[in-house]
Design a protein around this ligand. Sequence first.
Ligand SMILES: *[C@@H]1O[C@H](CO)[C@@H](O)[C@H](O)[C@H]1NC(C)=O
Ligand SMILES: *[C@@H]1O[C@H](CO)[C@@H](O)[C@H](O)[C@H]1NC(C)=O
Length: 323
Amino acid sequence: MRFSSNIKLYVLLLIVGIFLLLGYVYFSFFTERLNRTTQSGRTLFCFSRRTDVVAVTPWLAPIIWEGTYDPVLVDNIYKPMNLTIATTVFAVGKYVSFLRDFLETAEKHFMVGFNVRYYVFTDRPHDVPSVNLTQGRHISVIQVPGSNRWQEISARRMEIIQTTIESQISRVADYIFCLDVDSKFHARWGAESLGRLVAVIHPGYYEQTRDHFPYERHPASMAYIPMDEGDYYYGGAMIGGFVEDVYTLTKICRNRFEVDAENSIEAAWQEESHLNRYLLYNKPSKVLSPEYLWQDFKAKTKEVKVIRFSGVIKNYAEVRPNV
Ligand SMILES: *[C@@H]1O[C@H](CO)[C@@H](O)[C@H](O)[C@H]1NC(C)=O
Ligand SMILES: *[C@@H]1O[C@H](CO)[C@@H](O)[C@H](O)[C@H]1NC(C)=O
């Protein structure tokens, strides 16, 4: 009686022991697999680990922030394509004085290693500084009429870009960036910015909700955006993308601008208002964070790890024909 109950106890202990052993083996195998998965997960996602910023739009276009992409990988993809990037700037009137810094800093930071063709629009071609350009980079100076109002200079930009794309740029360039001249580059602006249609989030409004965006709010204007619509407030200081897509954008914005002018309407922020309206219904395929359009007078915020391009502080009374 006593003997057989002892045997039962031993058998029971043995069975429990075997289960414990199996459990241990299974558990250690499983945790090892789990470790391996998290490790490869870490490698895969190490460039999108920014949790303080949103790196994709609701229509799944990337928003380019430092730390969300691998610049070496990006260069390895785009450099062998031997792309040519057209870059337009307007240096009308006293704005010609910003050209040297713009060009010199672009040579250091903007699309380094790519073919770049600068198109400088100015009414003072003799005041365009001579800047040493690296191989594969050229500058064309195109004379445009001066103007007595900066709003008008701003208005005609779309038209001038459109006609220059038609007459010259479409033959030589793959991509185009239209930039403001009163700015400097401070850090890499590279192939991560290339896309079909590229816009930049205005640094003054990236932390705001859309009811604060300074869109054109008069329904009579062709730039009108209702209060309950709008994705971002895009900066007018940068338009980019495939030459063909930017051509369509400038053509449509120019037409709308002219319709407004015929009705004696000037949109709140001129071409920037028309740009925002266009981009609301033609979503950009890539959105650049305010790293790509900062303003020198604005203190750096914690989300902005790198300032790549920034508007210089200027005395409007000194450079604009009217304030
Ligand atoms: C790269 O593009 C430039 C400009 O379009 C051209 O002059 C050059 O021949 C091209 N190089 C190669 C290797 O295709
Ligand atoms: C431009 O390059 C030439 C030749 O390399 C050099 O002599 C000249 O000083 C450079 N000019 C400027 C403004 O850097």
